[in-house]
Design a protein around this ligand. Sequence first.
Ligand code: HEC
Length: 480
Amino acid sequence: MNKSLRLRLAGLLCLSVLAPFAAHAAVHAGEKLYQAHCAACHGVKLEGATGPSLIDQVWLHGAPTKANLITVISKGVADKGMPAWSPTLSAAQIAQLADFVAQPRTAASAAAPTAASAAPASAAAKTAPADKSAAILSGMKLPKGFRIAVYADKVETARSMAVSDSGVVYVGSRKAGKVYALVDADKDGVAEKVVTIAEGLQNPIGVTLLNGALYVAEISRIIRFDNIDASYAAKPAYKVVKADLPKETWHGEKFIKAGPDGKIYVPVGAPCNTCNKEDQPHSKIWRMNADGSNFEEYARGIRNTVGFAWHPQTRDMWFTDNGPDMMGDNTPSCELNVAPKAGLHFGFPYCHGGVLPDPEFGKAQSCEQYVAPVAKLGPHVAPLGLAFYTGTQFPQQYRNNLFIAEHGSWNRENKIGYKVSLVTLYNSKVVSTTTFIDGFLRDGDEVVGRPVDIAVLADGSMLVSDDHGGRVYRITYTGK
Ligand code: HEC
């Protein structure tokens, strides 16, 4: 849906429920402010993300009267991740936001923007789920000889994946608060069982395996399920490995991965769009021993990485980083970085995408002082998980090259990303970035999936998780 249509729909809504013109204008101003400052946590359509939905009629802080809303927006909710806005926004702006949030919205009117633009999708929703999957699959574009199929369905808000030696695929989630085990016992390439191994966790997006244990990263702690392959089916108990990570929810969801050195690596994102947290735990990658001891900084100057992987030959760490919003539709670029050793600085908040000084923090700095990305992945594409292709099923040209899941832009005028890209390397240096799977975005606007993470199975096929569709896809090479 384009912005003008969205505004027109919002306009219709305002006209019908709020007669006075002044209130109408305030709601529009409020919507703009909302998209700039609030949508990252509460969702572009107020549907909720890391912060609660503002359209579900469930209110944690009293009825949504203008006065109550002004209070919660101004003061925030300390230690629950809702920032106080009175230091940043004027009283008039906060009042406009309160008007926008307070305007009566039925579930139907809140959904109107998507329903209007996604008419084919809502028609599809009436047909059987199998037909819907078939329509999604038939619109996917891959290079010749590759095939995509659904590996597992009903994996609500599926995020990172980790594959155990016995072939169980562990998957973290976002809002669902669950960790799943996908089991393909009959080895036919489809997981016939989706087992929920834990629930009620706080955005447990990150999962990784080390020494037979499954590590799960929540917002502010890391937990561990020992001997997981033997215990996943029986709601296993966990130990808390690290409890005192920062509690902010803005960029607070944590990827996690065991490195080739037997240490566990985990990022702490910047709790903002741009801010200077050099002397805080934020905007860094940390690492620790398997038991949580010796927590130490590995890399800094990173806004929000949601994916890293180690090159199978050089064993260097490669990671994605998401560039800031509100600097234009085409700037800055999201990054692919390499951290071959500890102690490097990747530029945030001074320099974005390797070349663009931050208008506020970059004044007295030069981008040359920081490690530049090895590839610029494009503005707002939101690169998340990545994996080197270590299998042998795909043709030679894919081996030891890198696949990246691009979750897709959330507030760019024209959406981009929403695909799996292939980074081709020569001597471990980036040669090109091309599209490997396209089709998660239809007609430039209808989102049918958002890729999150990539994993390679023992048979050389590849999995892609999708938190929008709540699915995991499997890609095979047949040569036909
Ligand atoms: C960093 C993430 C984040 C951002 C940015 C953010 N919020 Fe929140 N917000 C939250 C969280 C988390 C809560 C829930 C707090 C709690 O559990 O009490 C919340 C709660 C609220 C509530 C109360 C909801 C209720 O159920 O009572 C309102 C209203 C609200 N936010 C409005 C806004 C507005 C307006 C903005 C932009 C100016 C904004 N928020 C920006 C995370 C965020």
